[in-house]
Write a protein that binds this ligand. Structure first.
Ligand SMILES: NC(=O)c1ccc[n+]([C@@H]2O[C@H](COP(=O)([O-])OP(=O)(O)OC[C@H]3O[C@@H](n4cnc5c(N)ncnc54)[C@H](OP(=O)(O)O)[C@@H]3O)[C@@H](O)[C@H]2O)c1
Length: 234
């Protein structure tokens, strides 16, 4: 068993680096890219989003394509990946689609002070894990590995991205750039402030660029594990 899952961070940003609007959901990508993301989801064991994304977007996080769902069940997997979120305050609605759409397991990592409240609120619809005073993504990743998660997709938002990237536990970044500007510094960005391992002295390795209609997909290898993944072909 690996100490943590192969971790792929997937995000769509505006030209000016935002991932949403300040007060409402914003669909940045196009159908071709949504379908590509669906294929990536289908290839993963679990998908993780932050609690704010659960509250703001009410995402279902299911594999949309029937063929891909069938292919997963033929391999003995749930038709969509396990859903994972992380919260401190546990202010999550058990009626959210995150918890109710699909049959795969849902896991909530919660900081200790609110873990009992999370269990009361969400224990019926999810596995609640008391993840310590401060939830660290490296610890969370190790716990997912122990639960059999071998391939993890991180799908936002910026607070979660920042922690995975600054803790240097991302193997691959798939960044789609949509041809729009948001132009509002109150809106959420791809990442927040932090000390990132990639800088002028250690540049990230760009391994592929694809045009998908009006968006562009940039694929970066962020660790040596990238090349060990079957199908990466680099
Ligand atoms: N364009 C895209 O590809 C994309 C993808 C996903 C999301 N988004 C957008 O991103 C925005 C949300 O991003 P965001 O950065 O504001 O929030 P986020 O990363 O989705 O979630 C942040 C929340 O996660 C919990 N959390 C994060 N780190 C934690 C830790 N170490 N310990 C305990 N809890 C932790 C906290 O939840 P509590 O507040 O519950 O304590 C925190 O408020 C939304 O507007 C959404 O639409 C865009």
């Amino acid at each position: 068993m690996r100490e943590r899952p192969y971790t792929l961070l997937s995000c769509c940003v505006s030209i000016d680096g935002y991932i949403g609007k300040a007060a409402s959901r914003l669909l940045l990508s196009n159908e071709a890219d949504f379908d590509r993301v669906d294929a990536v989801r289908a290839s993963c064991d679990a998908i993780l989003v932050g609690a704010k994304t659960v509250r703001a977007d009410n995402p279902r996080l299911l594999v949309r394509s029937e063929a891909r769902r069938e292919e997963r069940t033929a391999r003995g997997l749930p038709d969509s990946p396990v859903k994972v979120t992380v919260t401190r305050r546990a202010e999550l609605d058990s009626r959210a689609d995150f918890f109710n759409a699909g049959d795969a397991e849902k896991i909530v990592y919660c900081a200790s002070p609110w873990a009992a409240a999370a269990q009361d609120r969400l224990g019926r619809v999810a596995t609640v894990v008391d993840a310590g005073e401060n939830v660290e993504m490296r610890m969370l990743s190790a716990d997912l590995a122990a639960r059999g998660i071998d391939r993890l997709m991180v799908e936002g938002g910026g607070t979660v991205h920042t922690q995975f990237l600054t803790e240097d536990i991302v193997d691959e970044l798939q960044l789609t750039v949509a041809p729009i500007f948001v132009g509002d510094s109150e809106a959420p960005r791809f990442v927040r402030d932090g000390i990132f391992p990639w800088n002028p002295a250690r540049r990230a390795e760009l391994v592929d660029v694809q045009k998908l209609g009006d968006v562009v997909l940039l694929r970066y290898a962020l660790s040596s594990r990238f090349r060990d993944q079957a199908g990466n072909g680099c």
